[in-house]
Write a protein that binds this ligand. Structure first.
Ligand code: ZN
Length: 93
């Protein structure tokens, strides 16, 4: 089970689970400094990528990939395990 981590680059936000809308590819993202980590990579400054670079690569463009695009056109928050109750595992209080 992933544990909430503070972004090691900026220390300003949690590293959130996100995914690409096009193919559902998951990644971890700090929405403060746009640092991105792929699954299986240590969430450390040494492994951090920039969201813009990754999106540009995926879209096959150079430089700023956004143009008319918004974050919501390309990526979305992945369902957060800690915020969702799976139907087969209802909580009782
Ligand atoms: Zn950050």
């Amino acid at each position: 089970m992933p544990v909430k981590r503070v972004c090691p680059r900026c220390g300003q936000d949690w590293v959130h689970p996100y995914r690409f809308k096009a193919d559902g590819a998951p990644f971890s993202l700090c929405t403060e400094c746009d640092s991105l980590w792929w699954p299986g990579e240590a969430v450390e400054v040494a492994h951090a990528r920039f969201l813009d670079d990754v999106v540009a690569e995926r879209l096959g463009v150079e430089g700023n990939p956004w143009g008319d695009l918004l974050w919501a056109d390309v990526i979305e928050p992945a369902p957060d395990d800690s915020a969702v109750d799976p139907p087969h595992h209802k909580r009782t209080r």
